[in-house]
Design a protein around this ligand. Sequence first.
Ligand SMILES: Cc1cc2nc3c(=O)[nH]c(=O)nc-3n(C[C@H](O)[C@H](O)[C@H](O)COP(=O)(O)OP(=O)(O)OC[C@H]3O[C@@H](n4cnc5c(N)ncnc54)[C@H](O)[C@@H]3O)c2cc1C
Length: 483
Amino acid sequence: MAQNPLKHIRDHYDVVVIGAGLAGLTAANTLARAGHGVLLLEQHNKLGGLAAWFRRAGGHIFDVSLHGFPVGMIKSCRRYWSREIADSIVQLPNIRFDNPQFSLTTSFTRTDFTRLLTERFQIPPETVEAFFDTARDMNFYDDQSTTTQALFERFFPGREDVVRLLMEPITYANGSTLEDPALTYGIVFSNFMSKGVFTFQGGTDRLIRLMRRELNANGVDVRLLADAQTIHVDRGHVTGVTVNGHRIAARAVLSNANLKGTIFDLVGREHFDPDFVEEADAVRLNNSSTQVYMALKPGEMVDPECGDLLFSSTAPAFRTDMLLSRDITSRTYSFYYPKTRPQGPEPRCLIVSSTNANYDDWAHLPPPEYEEQKRDLAESTLDAVEKYVPNIGHKVDHVEVSTPKTFERYTQHWGGASFGTKFEGLAVSRALPEQIAGLYHAGSVGIIMSGWLGAVNYGVIVANDIDAYLLNNHLPSEEGGAE
Ligand SMILES: Cc1cc2nc3c(=O)[nH]c(=O)nc-3n(C[C@H](O)[C@H](O)[C@H](O)COP(=O)(O)OP(=O)(O)OC[C@H]3O[C@@H](n4cnc5c(N)ncnc54)[C@H](O)[C@@H]3O)c2cc1C
């Protein structure tokens, strides 16, 4: 008989963390290190959330969202996790672009972008420098009415090729568009393009295994297959949660679930001020993705010339709406080599093709059509990969497709959102404890608080808020402390 996921669970904790994405995991670890009694609930059978991996017959292990993250991850992991985790982060040296306007390889650093922009795109060095400085100096309190499009027009008028070079990776990285405020671009661009793109040596499964070890050592009570259904509120204070039908008391609750799901599904709109509800209703979800996972047969190698991350497109120019269209013209490939992504004793290579996608294009298809669309996507992707990996059809051992519905199913994210919400979600997320004492949210909400690094850092920020809240609202009779 299957084990009860809540076996021996206590009936009270200092903090319940709902969701074991990178923000939930990091917050739980930080709070436990500070001496609080922490229960971490995850509805899936694995930790990690979108930082997921899966195994398939033949021993292939696919990473879902390990395509690349900024250098800041090293410092954050050293501080909030362990030296072993931090020391496993390595740079991806070859980032490629291949489209009708240009084909090039870059190390994705400010120095290399400056070289490309001045030598290849013939932009005056002082313009490049002024652009980088402006992007770097942007902060959340800047004017939010200037769009990214206007920022580009200011520095590179009429240069669609430059816009494509500078924008395509960011649209891929967080779904932001030319119509979004320029600061959403500036902050992410500076984070991403200052010192290159990094990955985790050994894959997501190793990262999460190491994180689990830390959580155990710090006394976090971790429960898988534990679906939180309700966050309880009494007279403006959080009182606990119901998980798998079982009620647990807590002084604070941190939700790492989707922001809108937290407010409307887990708490209920009746517990918030009408103005806040209006603001939360207006928060836009980020777009979703499709991915095609391809495993090559053992011993079949990808030529390292393919690069590590390849932004490929057949569209004549860059347009955000085309990046989301079901009529796919742009694909971002991650090539995984045995050195950074070992999968057992024999050398193996994997390719993952990612494309931004609209949830509504997939969500309402009748099952046969849905399956048909998935098959089409797999086939058209193999055709497109042929350009970079000749004879791919003979080399491939396993192909599998995920859609916005897949992401929704495994994480319960509204709309299968890959990066939570657009930037306006941050203010709503931060305002939760002003609405209900002891209620917090941490997880992808646009701009810097999304992606692997954003999620880790946001988890720490909110854990510190909760730590302060618990210390200032101490109830002497409560147990507290890690088990
Ligand atoms: C296809 C794809 C590719 C990506 N590539 C990259 C990349 O290359 N680099 C990068 O930096 N970022 C990438 N990202 C984004 C990155 O993975 C996410 O921003 C980040 O992992 C999100 O972390 P999070 O803490 O916000 O929570 P999530 O990962 O969203 O996790 C939330 C967790 O909460 C759990 N949960 C939800 N509801 C409940 C409930 N009621 N009870 C219990 N548990 C619940 C879910 O199961 C999930 O585990 C990618 C995302 C996608 C989808």
